[in-house]
Every structure is written in C-alpha cells, then in structure tokens.
Design a protein around this ligand. Sequence first.
Ligand code: ADP
Ligand code: MG
Length: 407
Amino acid sequence: MKESIKNPQIIMEERKAVKLFLWSFYIVYFSFDILTYILKMDKIGSPEDGLGFWIHALLIVILSIAIWTMKMGNPYLVKYIYIYSFLLIDFINTLIIYLGNTKQYTSGHIVEVLFILFSPIFVSKRYFWTVNLGMAGKYIVLGLILHDFQVLITIIVYTILSGIAYVVLIRFYSYINSLTSVHDELRKKEKLAVIGQMAAAIGHEIRNPLSSLKGFTQLQQERYPNTNDFYPIMIQEIDRINSIVNDLMYIGKPRSIKLEKANIEEIIAYTLSIIQQQAEIQGITVETIMAGPLPPIDCDSKQLKQVFLNLIKNAIEAMPDGGSIKVNVKVVEKQKMYISIQDEGCGIKDENILNLGEPFFTTKEDGTGLGLMVTNQIVKEHLGELNIQSEPERGTSVEVILPIIHR
Ligand code: ADP
Ligand code: MG
C-alpha cells in the first residue's frame, strides 16, 4: 500500500480513523479511571498508585504530540505513538505498583481491548502485529518478572480478540484490493480508449496518402521496369507502414468481424506461404501436424490469418539462430479447435509475461508491441482463448482455442 499513501483521499481516511481512535481512547480511558475511583472497586489504578496522576498528564502531552504530528502531515505515525507510549507507560506503572510487594497483580485494561479491536481500522498489517504482539509480549515479560501466571488468562482472552480483529482486517484488505483492481481496470480501459481514438484518427489520415503512394510507386515500376531495383523494396516498406497503421487502429477499438465457414488448414497454409521465405533465410523449419480431417470453423478468415501471421512471426523472431517451429492443430472437446505454435526460441522472462498484449510492449529493437494485442483482440472477438507458456532460453508455446461454431 506504499504507493497509495500519497493519495489525498487515503490520507483523509487515515485522519478520520485517527480521530475516531483518539476520541474513543480518551473517553474510554478517563471514564474507566473515574468510574474505578468513584466506585473504589479496586484501589489499584487509582491516582495514588504507581505513576498516579502523572499518567494523565503524560496522556495530555501525548495528545499534543499527536495533534502536532497530524498537523505536520504524518497521520500515519499517530497510531504508533499511542501503542508504543501506552505499552511503555503501562509497563513502568505496573512495575512501580507491584514490584517488591505482595499485592495480587490484576492484569488487563479496558483500553487494551480498545487497542486490539481498533487495530483493523487502520488497514495496516504492520500496525496490527505491533499492537497484538506488543500486548502479548508485555504480559509475558510482566508475568515472568512478577512470577504471576494469571497473565496467561489475559493473553488467551486477548488472543481470541486479536483473532476476531484479524478476520476484520483481512476482510478490509480484500475489499480494498478488489476496489483497487476495479479502479485500475477502469483507468486502463479509459487510457486505451483515448489512445485508440487518437490512433484511429491518425491511422485513417495516413492510410489514404499511403495507398496513393503505393499506387504511384507500382505505376513507376511498370513504366520503367529496367531502371531501378528499389521499387520492390519501396512497395514492401509501404506495405509495412500500412500493416503497422492497421495494427494501431486496433487499439481499444475492436473491429467488427465477418463470420463465415472457413478451413483452418487453408488459413494456416496461407500464413505459412507468406512467412516461408523469412523462415528459410533464418534456417528455421516449420512443421505442421493436423490431426485428421478438421471441420470448417465459423471465423473471419482474414483476421485469423493475421493472428497466425503474428504468432508465427514472433516465433521466428525469437529464433535468430534457427531452429524449428511446430504447429499443431486438432479438435478438442468436440466443439473447439485447438492450434498451438511452439518454438525453440529465447522464451519470455517471467517479469515480462504480465505485459504481453499491452499495446506497445516490446523487447525488440524494431518491434511495435502491437502484434499480441491485435492477436488477443481478434481471438476474443471469436470468443476464443489465447494461452502463452514460456520458458526462458527453452522456447515458447502459444495456444489458440477457438469455438468451431460461433454462438
Ligand atoms: P513485437 O513482436 O512487435 O515486439 P508483439 O506484441 O508481437 O510485439 O510481442 C510482444 C513481445 O512479446 C515481444 O517483444 C517479445 O518480447 C514477446 N514475445 C512474443 N512472442 C514471443 C515468442 N514466441 N518468443 C519469445 N518472446 C515472445
Ligand atoms: Mg510480433
């Protein structure tokens, strides 16, 4: 929760909790003392004993320190000031009263119950353990010094109370965590929507001039077939810009898909034919294993070609020194098409796994970090699933699972 500490709203919450705690602390403490004194239930704890009125004076001093600390913008310290000074004062006070005489030690104080029951409201595990272990520790030490084993009863009662407090604390934690994750999700979506709108607008503007540029380059090439070898490269690069622009337009804004029955074998064969040359140059072999006759599936074949193109391209790019790629296709659970693409490449480091599919996340020098995002979206639109398993230095396996009949 370190980061959220700076959030003004969270600081406000802490202030509220501190105020509530302070009021309860002083009301409970003073009324308990006054009541004990009036009723004379017990001479012990009355002002004549131990530190006597000094305790009350100290409590007022601590209150001023607490208020000052809050004013200085450190409300987080107040609860610690209280628990530590309380433990210290109570410890000294008890020793003064009981050490060296035969008075029967009565352990336990109403304010300690207050400390324990209030420990979850600050939603801090460290504070919770400070209070509960501090309290138990104090009684263990006092019990040993005063040779009094009745403290055990107090410790047991406090442990039960701490258990209850712990359950409340854990509930607070999980509630806050789910709130935070919903909030993060929302923020991510908003950010994507903004980037998406921008990307779509810019992409749209770039595509038109790009297509006329390509048209004229092709025209030039036809006109002067023998003059220049650069035309194919120019056209290829224009195509590359075009595909990046297309990917950009995908951010946060899925395109509608046109479902038709299509053959997965054909889609994969087409993809491989495009990528074959690059694979050969890098000394990569691609092996395809299709299990039996495969039924046609409901899909947008153009989009699925994009999916496999992106995935196989990633596999090739992960193996600069060659290797083999296995493409496996089979029907699972009778109604799902399972396609896995396995490479023997560099793999993905654990710390990067969570970033896969984030727009612009790339570890490549000339990568765009859009491939997996687009792939993910297309698979999602097909109501499918994308799973990535990877072992650094061993290789990566990407599974695409698509429903055969789209509902
Ligand atoms: P790009 O290929 O432009 O980097 P992608 O979205 O396709 O963008 O991939 C994002 C990142 O995921 C890559 O930069 C790479 O680090 C990692 N990655 C994806 N597929 C593989 C793979 N098969 N092997 C190793 N790393 C991969
Ligand atoms: Mg890629």
